[in-house]
Design a protein around this ligand. Structure first.
Ligand SMILES: NC(=O)c1ccc[n+]([C@@H]2O[C@H](COP(=O)([O-])OP(=O)(O)OC[C@H]3O[C@@H](n4cnc5c(N)ncnc54)[C@H](O)[C@@H]3O)[C@@H](O)[C@H]2O)c1
Ligand SMILES: O=C(O)[C@H](O)[C@@H](O)[C@H](O)[C@H](O)COP(=O)(O)O
Length: 292
């Protein structure tokens, strides 16, 4: 089938290649002309035969919103827009309504797999009406990993991004657990080769996983991670997971702690620990350390 793909960066570029390898035609548009097959969204829409399917793979938020706004003006009734970016699931209903007003269908799709997806396939979690999903199915089949699992119609519009958001919350907590264990191992004198302990865990253990394999890759590149600064950004998924937990009164202590650990990583000198030091000093006369 034919697909229009908007956003040809780290994800969209490789996705275009994987879909083409499966025998489909992909016309790609990116605002960076070096990456694009066409010069504009209008040209992309013009080149596709109807009913059209256009997959949006640009940064979540303003870029996704403006792309969907423009597509709502360019596409025709019966066409479908898929949002494959890491959009907040609460945006999906809004996008579906905006497109529905023009007779255009909408499917939200959480995509996992990062830069490894070209070879390994992309795990897909999608939400939307069954007849809209059916129009995209050949593309889902091309992108998904080989094998029985790796793709799911999770429910109605918003369910795909909700599932992907929870996946990423789990990702935060798993990474935090490996990171904490690694720091403790590095701290003690008795363990002389932490990297080899991590490597050994890749087979037979309860905690073997792809993230553990990637941790070993990282330690092979830089055994004690000396080249890196202990700073971790976040792109929103962890925050939205915690917000959803609050809305639903579901306790998420591990995921919340892993999000807050990232915030702490961005502080040179912890303001709250200053207050704790000051209070211990006030009530107990405990020593404080002053700035040099
Ligand atoms: N990188 C990952 O591991 C990963 C995994 C799953 C999902 N995602 C999501 O996929 C989406 C794309 O991520 P990425 O890593 O490829 O980002 P990226 O920054 O590598 O690529 C984004 C591309 O979109 C283009 N772009 C931005 N605004 C545009 C617009 N208005 N019109 C046309 N093109 C535009 C940029 O020029 C760029 O080439 C994001 O929503 C991201 O959250 C990323
Ligand atoms: O499943 C995946 O492929 C990743 O989760 C992917 O979606 C991306 O790398 C995250 O957006 C990073 O999220 P943070 O920037 O919040 O860590």
């Amino acid at each position: 089938m034919e697909l229009g793909l908007v956003g040809l960066g780290k994800m969209g570029g490789n996705m275009r290649e994987r879909i083409r390898r499966a025998g489909h035609t992909v016309i790609g548009y990116d605002r960076n002309p070096d990456l694009a097959d066409v010069h504009s969204l209008a040209e992309l829409v013009d080149k596709l035969k109807g009913p059209r399917v256009v997959w949006v793979m640009v940064p979540a938020g303003a870029a996704t919103q403006s792309t969907i706004d423009e597509l709502a003006e360019l596409l025709s009734p019966g066409d479908i827009v898929v949002d494959g970016g890491n959009s907040r699931w609460t945006d999906d209903e809004k996008h579906a309504e905006e497109l529905k007003a023009k007779g255009i269908g909408f499917v939200d799709c959480g995509v996992s797999g990062g830069v490894w997806g070209l070879e390994n396939g992309y795990a897909l979690m999608y939400g939307g009406a069954a007849d809209d999903v059916a129009k995209v199915q050949p593309i889902f089949d091309a992108l998904k990993p080989e094998g029985e699992f790796g793709s799911v119609h999770a429910g109605k519009v918003g369910a795909g991004h909700f599932a992907k958001m929870v996946h990423n919350g789990i990702e935060y907590a798993m990474m935090q657990a490996y990171a904490e264990g690694w720091e403790l191992l590095e701290k003690v004198d008795s363990v002389t080769d932490v990297r080899e302990v991590f490597r050994s865990w890749q087979e037979g253990t309860v905690i073997r996983s792809w993230l553990l394999d990637l941790a070993v890759n990282a330690l092979d590149d830089d055994e004690h991670l000396d080249k890196l600064r202990g700073f971790a950004a976040d792109s929103g998924e962890g925050r939205w997971t915690v917000e959803a937990a609050i809305d639903n009164a579901v306790p998420l202590p591990a995921i919340t702690a892993s999000l807050f650990a990232r915030f702490a990583s961005r502080q040179e000198d912890s303001p709250q620990m200053k207050m704790i030091a000051a209070l211990r000093n006030q009530f107990g006369g405990h020593a404080v350390e002053n700035k040099k």
